[in-house]
Design a protein around this ligand. Sequence first.
Ligand SMILES: [Zn+2]
Length: 111
Amino acid sequence: MSFKNKMLVGVFFMEAIMISTLIVGILGSWISFFIVLPFYVMGVFLMTGVYRRYIRYVCPVCGAKFNLNKNILGNLFMIVDFVLSSHPREVDATCSECGHSGSCEEVYDTK
Ligand SMILES: [Zn+2]
């Protein structure tokens, strides 16, 4: 299974559990939601860690590889965006080395 598919399965699994406990909550019992919530937050942190460890953006000007500093919510959106996009893709980013701002190629290394 490719790295992207693993991320996709992970996100799908987490969201499926979260949404189902949310539905159970709306139907009357919030207990399962609050039991699952800390694991969900842990899962998001874990996936953020994996994402930040393997995903890099390549600056077209200086060739530096860098990752983006985002808050936890920003990372979550990036992960969802990542698993739903086709690859390879270009992402608008600012290079941490030379300050170039524009589309940078997204690469991931899972060796
Ligand atoms: Zn650069």
